[in-house]
Every structure is written in structure tokens, then in C-alpha cells.
Design a protein around this ligand. Structure first.
Ligand SMILES: NC(=O)C1=CN([C@@H]2O[C@H](COP(=O)(O)OP(=O)(O)OC[C@H]3O[C@@H](n4cnc5c(N)ncnc54)[C@H](O)[C@@H]3O)[C@@H](O)[C@H]2O)C=CC1
Ligand SMILES: CC(=O)C(=O)O
Ligand SMILES: [Mg+2]
Length: 376
């Protein structure tokens, strides 16, 4: 298969979809790899390293989209890329469709095959291609939150860990999945007093078992959230309903009850956010303030630590990319229920229920766009 890796063009997105090691693996299976010039530079990989791994370097993004059967990316395509996407071209990347009607309609119009990293799902309901970036974003949420709690950055001016004789900051984490767990570990390690909320009792039991004593768990509901937001310094939004718009757990009216300088980091922003006042921001301009509450809502947090994130992402995506390249998307999705769940928009049809629900668009069962029987 001919595989193209364009350079990411989203603000401060320094990741790239494949490392040279990933390229070499695909080339070993006789696939043809085209990488856009300087695509890897932000992650520390030069064009020469990609050449040495067996890729050909193309000068422009148009060249890459023009030649490839499968495009491997990191972030969802943005407006300047829409026109480059061809009918039946396979796009393997994050899409987060439920947070953008514009993107969904553009991909329907382009009639491409959109296989979304974030909805590839294993039988145990885990999301193998979201996990590595959630690990990064969860850890980063505390780093960023700690920074914006500083007074010059408009925060309350409190040190997460406190000091002897002075209490630590209080950190509230909404959602105890991958992001929430990693955030809790980091915040606890710095000495903060941490509360994790989730709707799943088994998950709360697990977290309660593995977390240190400065982390407590609570059932998530509106009543408890309303109480807790009043005296927590850093609040991390980390809920997910796969493929769907995130529920608004923190509503606009709650902001007035928070202390001035409280910091909200809504990691769930890429699925529309779990804080009503959340709107996507960029690494260039990460925060804004409403009612004296600092909002950090960067939709591509891992893009700021590309040396870590690019390797973590390729480690996870490569086995799936190999299946798609070796078999073609139709056969690979017939053989793998995990990959099949990644299909969101196929040749003009919305085939993922959460996306059709988000925008009231017609839902087409996958069987209608795929030929042949499923083998798993
Ligand atoms: N902004 C960014 O750069 C990044 C954002 N993300 C996003 O972070 C979000 C979380 O991802 P993961 O932790 O991997 O998901 P996950 O599926 O591992 O965890 C989500 C958790 O939310 C819980 N939950 C659902 N409804 C809830 C409610 N009403 N109250 C409390 N908890 C609730 C679930 O039980 C689950 O434990 C996703 O939207 C993901 O796309 C992930 C990576 C980077
Ligand atoms: C998961 C995601 O949205 C990201 O890594 O940017
Ligand atoms: Mg994101």
C-alpha cells in the first residue's frame, strides 16, 4: 500500500504520525512510504532519518495527499486540508467528530474512509489508540494546572504540595479513567490533596486500592460536584463517553461559587468538554478567564511534548497500521472488531452512532458500507 505521512499543521502540533522505526516496519512489509519534508522535525526526527528507514521525502502536503492510499496523521484534518482529501482515501488519525459538525460534514462531503484512533476499541472496552495520549495528557494536566495556579498567571497563588506547616492545594478530578488516573498519580506525588470522581463503582474501588492515602474517591453526581468545586484549587475534566459529546458536569452557574483563581483544565475538550464554559484553546493562547476562574482547554495537549508523545503514539498505532496496510481497510475491518469500531464516516455515510447522535445526522449501519462477513 502507498502510505503518506503529512506534516501536522494545527497550532503547535509538533507530533508526527510515524517515527523512523515505524516507517522501517511498514517498509519491511513492502509498503511504500512517503513522508512530507520536515514532518518529523518537531519530534526530533530529520528527513535523513526517514530516508534511511526507507521512506521517500516529498516537498509539499499536496504531494503527500495526492499520492497516498492511506494517510496517517495525528490530529483531525483542519480546513486547509479538507480539499486535499480524495474519495475512498483511508484516513487513519484522531478525529473527535462529536465535537465538530464542520469536520463531520466536510468528511461526509469528501467521501473518504475515516478510521478514528479514539474509537478503536478492544473487547474489554479499552481504547488502545487513545490510551497513550491520555497518559500524556493526564500527566500534563497537573504540570499545566500547577503552573496556572501561580499568581502571575492569574491563579490563586497556591503551591500544589504546600510546605511544612501550610496545607497543600486541593485537586478535583472528574473521571477516573486513563487521564484521571495519571493526573491523580502526578498530583498525589507532588503532595496535593486529591479527590477523584467517577460514575463507575468498580473503577472507584480499583482506584481506592491502588492510590496513595492522599487520594480519595467519590461517586460522581451533580450534588457532590456542586459541593466540591467550592473549595478545590485545581479541577481536571477527564470524563469520556466514547465517540460521544462529553456531558457538562460543571455548569456556568457553578463558576461563581468557586474561589477566585481556581484553575480548570478540561482535558475532555476534544470531545466537546465537560465544563459548560469550555471552548478549545491552543498552546499559543492556552487560557482565558471567566468569573475569575482560569480555563485551560488545549485540545492537543500532547503536541507540546512531542519527543514523548510521537514515540508513545507510534508504539500503539503501528500494529493497527500494519493490519490496514497489509489487508486493505475492508478486509482488515472484517477481520478485526477492534478496527471496525474505529470506522466513523465511510464514503459519505456516518457509521458511528455517537457521531450521528451528536448532530442528528442519519446513521448507516456498517454492514451497508462493508462487503463480506465479519470473522471476529
Ligand atoms: N486535550 C487533549 O489533548 C487530550 C484529550 N483527551 C481526552 O480526555 C478524555 C478522557 O480520556 P480517557 O481518560 O482516556 O477516557 P477513559 O475512558 O479512560 O476514562 C473516562 C472515565 O470517565 C468516567 N465517566 C463517564 N461519565 C462520567 C461522569 N458523569 N462523572 C464522572 N466520571 C465519568 C468513566 O467511567 C471513565 O472512567 C477524552 O475525551 C479524551 O479524548 C485524551 C488525550 C489528549
Ligand atoms: C487524543 C488527542 O486528542 C490528542 O492526542 O491530541
Ligand atoms: Mg485532543
Amino acid at each position: 500500500m502507498v502510505i503518506g505521512v503529512p506534516k501536522e499543521i494545527k497550532n503547535n502540533e509538533n507530533r508526527v504520525a510515524l517515527t523512523p522505526a515505524g516507517v522501517q516496519e511498514l517498509v519491511k512489509f513492502n509498503h511504500t512510504l512517503y513522508v512530507q519534508s520536515t514532518a518529523g522535525i518537531g519530534s526530533g526526527f530529520s528527513d535523513d532519518e526517514y530516508r534511511a528507514a526507507g521512506a521517500e521525502i516529498l516537498p509539499t502536503i499536496e504531494d503527500v495527499y495526492g499520492i497516498a492510499d492511506m494517510i496517517m496523521k495525528v490530529k483531525e484534518p483542519i480546513a486547509p486540508e479538507y480539499g486535499l482529501i480524495r474519495e475512498n482515501q483511508l484516513l487513519f488519525t484522531y478525529f473527535h467528530f462529536a465535537s465538530s459538525r464542520e469536520l463531520t460534514e466536510a468528511m461526509i462531503e469528501r467521501r473518504a474512509v475515516c478510521l478514528a484512533y479514539e474509537t478503536v476499541e478492544k473487547a474489554d472496552r479499552s481504547l488502545p489508540l487513545l490510551i497513550p495520549m491520555s497518559e500524556v495528557a493526564g500527566r500534563m494536566a497537573i504540570q499545566e494546572g500547577a503552573k496556572y495556579l501561580e499568581k502571575p498567571l492569574k491563579g490563586r497563588g497556591i503551591l500544589l504540595g504546600g510546605v511544612p506547616g501550610v496545607p497543600p492545594a486541593k485537586v478535583l478530578i472528574l473521571g477516573g479513567g486513563v487521564v484521571g488516573t495519571q493526573a491523580a498519580k502526578m498530583a498525589a506525588g507532588l503532595g496535593a490533596q486529591v479527590t477523584i470522581l467517577d460514575v463507575s463503582l468498580p473503577r472507584l474501588r480499583y482506584l481506592s486500592d491502588i492510590m496513595p492515602a492522599n487520594v480519595i474517591t467519590r461517586m460522581s453526581n451533580d450534588y457532590t460536584i456542586r459541593e466540591l468545586v467550592k473549595d478545590h484549587d485545581l479541577i481536571v475534566g477527564a470524563v469520556l463517553i466514547p465517540g460521544a459529546k462529553a456531558p457538562n458536569l460543571i455548569t456556568r452557574d457553578m463558576l461563581k461559587t468557586m474561589r477566585p483563581g481556581t484553575v480548570l483544565v478540561d482535558v475532555a475538550v476534544d470531545q466537546g468538554g465537560c465544563i459548560e464554559t469550555c471552548k478549545p484553546t491552543t498552546h499559543e493562547n492556552p487560557t482565558y478567564i471567566i468569573d475569575d476562574v482560569v480555563h485551560y482547554c488545549v485540545a492537543n495537549m500532547p503536541g507540546a511534548v512531542p519527543y514523548t508523545s510521537t514515540q508513545a503514539l507510534t508504539n500503539a498505532t503501528l500494529p493497527y497500521a500494519l493490519q490496514l496496510a497489509n489487508k486493505g481497510w475492508q478486509q482488515a475491518c472484517q477481520d478485526s472488531a477492534e478496527l471496525r469500531l474505529g470506522l466513523n464516516v465511510v464514503q459519505g455515510e456516518v457509521v458511528y452512532q455517537g457521531v450521528s447522535d451528536a448532530f442528528n445526522l442519519p446513521y448507516t449501519p456498517l454492514e451497508r458500507v462493508m462487503s463480506g462477513a465479519y470473522s471476529s
